[in-house]
Design a protein around this ligand. Structure first.
Ligand code: FMN
Length: 190
């Protein structure tokens, strides 16, 4: 299956999730296109700590998302940081840039799944997943179940993956997040 992962990330959490999905989906035999949305002032963000500099350099190297890349995908995975219980403005701008595809019905029938990085468990990660799925609904895309009931010992939101960063920029993802990504990449179906 051809899978396009489109994400926005400033401090690296959402990027690490996207990268982890890329790795596990590639190893499950899928073709994966990883794309970051445009963030016009990203390069002007204040300097970051030494420990995540490498993460952010890798983020810079990811190609920018253009609406047309979605046309090549069978499954679209979209990820955003949680900003005030919603997707970031940059991810929303990318969604809005796909208006012509909506008008022409070009994404109808494609599969869709979502992930977010939230500061904390009360921060509206579920609302943000809902916003992502609202977009997918308008596009006529099909939500891929996360098979959450088949991962013993983990509480997983039915609408997608929520990773909790505590507002920190990470060097690596926590084991819970990696376990969910690994499980989902190997078991998803529609
Ligand atoms: C403008 C702004 C708004 C935010 N709003 C929320 C929020 O509503 N809920 C929450 O849990 N975290 C919130 N956060 C924290 C981020 O979601 C969190 O740090 C996330 O891990 C950032 O993802 P990134 O590392 O991919 O940039 C906010 C951060 C910023 C900068």
């Amino acid at each position: 299956m051809k899978i396009c992962i489109v994400f926005h990330s400033v401090c690296g959490n959402t990027f690490l999730i996207a990268k982890a999905f890329e790795k596990t989906l590639l190893s499950a035999g899928h073709e994966v296109m990883l794309r970051r949305v445009v963030d016009a002032d990203w390069f002007e963000k204040p300097d970051v700590s030494e420990n995540i500099r490498g993460v952010l350099q890798a983020l810079r190297a990811v190609p920018e998302a253009k609406p047309e890349v979605l046309l090549q995908a069978d499954l679209i995975l979209m990820g955003s940081p949680v900003y005030f219980g919603n997707v970031s403005a940059e991810l929303k701008a990318f969604m809005d840039s796909t208006g012509a595809l909506w008008f022409q019905g070009k994404l109808v029938g494609k599969k869709f799944a979502a992930f977010v990085s939230a500061g904390n468990t009360e921060g509206g990660g579920d609302l943000t997943l809902s916003a992502l799925h609202t977009y997918a609904k308008y596009m006529g895309m099909l939500s891929v179940p996360l098979s959450v009931n088949t991962l013993p010992g983990e509480n997983v939101n039915a609408f997608g993956l929520i990773q909790y960063s505590n507002g920190k920029a990470p060097e690596a993802l926590d084991n819970r997040t990696l376990r969910i990504i690994e499980h989902w990449s190997r078991t998803f179906s529609l």
